[in-house]
Design a protein around this ligand. Sequence first.
Ligand code: FES
Length: 341
Amino acid sequence: MTQTPIRLTVNGRVHEITAARDTPLLYVLRNDLALNGPKYGCGLGECGTCTVLIDGAAARSCVIPIDGCAGRDIVTLEGLGTRDKPEEAMRYLRIPADDQDSIAGWVRLREALFDSAMREEAATRYVALATPADKPQMAQQLQVTAVRALALFAGAEAVRGQTKSPGGLQAISDFIESSVPQADRARISEVLLRILNGSLFELLNTTRERAGLSALKPDEKTQAFMTLSVLSLSDSFFYPAPVLLELTDFKQVQQSVFQVARAPGKVLVYIGAVLLIVGVFAMLYIRERRLWVWIAPSQREGATTPGGTKISLAMSTTRRTMDADAEFEQLKRSILEGDTP
Ligand code: FES
C-alpha cells in the first residue's frame, strides 16, 4: 500500500500522517498521535472500546481506515472538554463524588444554590451555629452577609457596574474589588469565604435531609468534598454544557469468535463450525485412500481378432505409510485375478 501523507483533524487540530491508507484509524490515534482514550478491544467493530466521534457520530475506529477520515472532524475522549478557540487547551469540569460514590450530592447542592428560599434557610442555619453566644447582636449582620455571599456565588446578584453576575468565586472576587478598599481586601476576602463555605455546608446538609440522608459531619473527608464541590460549582458557570449525563450501570459483553455471527442464520453457522472441527480431526485420524482404475479397449500385439482390454491402476493416500505399497499390490491382484482382498 502506498504511504502518502494524509491530513486528519483530531480534537480540532490538523495532523499530517504518513501511513498506509487502509490503516485503521485506531492505530493512528494511539501510535502516531498518542491519544489513548480509544482502546483496542475486539478489533472487529463489536465491543465499542475504540469509539470516537466522526463528524459528530459515534464510530468504531478499529474498523475505519484513515482513508475515509480525511477532511472529517474526529473527536476522541481527550477532546471532550471545552475551549473557546482551537489553539486553547481543553477545559474540564471535575465533579466530586459524595459519600455514596455518586455525583447526586453535588447535583443536589447546585440545584439548591439556585433556589433563593433554600439559600435563606442555609444562611439561617449557618448563623445559628456561627454566632458567638456572647454576641447575639452579630446574628443579623451575619445573616445578611451569608445570604449575600450565597447569592453572589449563585450568580443571582450582580455587583456594581455589572449587568450580569458571572457567578462562582469570580463573583465574590468582583464584589470585593468593587466594594472593599484595597487595604482590607485580604481580610474581608478571608471572612467572606469562610462564611460562604459554612453556608454552603449547611445548604448541602439541608438538601441531604430533604433527600432522606443523614447530615454530614464536618470531618476531613467532608472538608475535602466541600472544597472540591465549591471549586467545581464555581467552574460550572464557565463550562457551557447544557446537560449532564451520568452512567449509572453497564453490562459488559464478552466477545468470542462465534459471536461474530449475530445474523439470523447463526445456528447454521454454529453447526457448520462444529462439522468443520469434526472434519479437521477426521483428516488427522482417518487415512483416506483412493484407487483409480482406467479400463480401455485394446488389442494385443499380433492378435488377429479385436476384443482385448487394457486396465491401468493407481492409488493415492493422504498419508504415505509402509502399508500403502503392499495394499496397492493386493488390490491390483484382486482386480486382475479376481481375488478377494
Ligand atoms: S476494538 Fe473496535 S469495536 Fe472493539
